[in-house]
Design a protein around this ligand. Sequence first.
Ligand SMILES: [Ca+2]
Length: 139
Amino acid sequence: MGLENIYQLTTSGKWRLRLELQNGTSGLWSDREYDTFSIDSEYNGYVLRVSMTGFGTDVDVLNIAGPNCHNGMKFSASDRDNDRYSGNCAVTHRSGFWFNECFAINLNGVYSDSFRYVQSNDVPPTQLLAARMMMKRSN
Ligand SMILES: [Ca+2]
């Protein structure tokens, strides 16, 4: 589903976002759910807005504290540098995403390369085998 479609859908009602991630080493799936999910218009750079309440078993990977936080960032692509990095994260990591400087997770990343996420700021990134993003209207 494209960004414009997500924007159009999330302009009305309240939407949830569910992420399912398959660990590239163990093959195990983990998931997390955001209570709210929307993106802004193209004019506003399709800014990502998510919020999560309560505690999951994994870190809030889209809203991790520090320079890798995705929440509130515009979407960047190879021809549209909206990140806070001096270069272009989308070029460096060969994918479009809501990059900051650059990412805690890269759901559009290149397999066995930039398709990975951080579980904690203290440990090396985890490679991903597969990932799903699902959205659901909650009211
Ligand atoms: Ca940049």
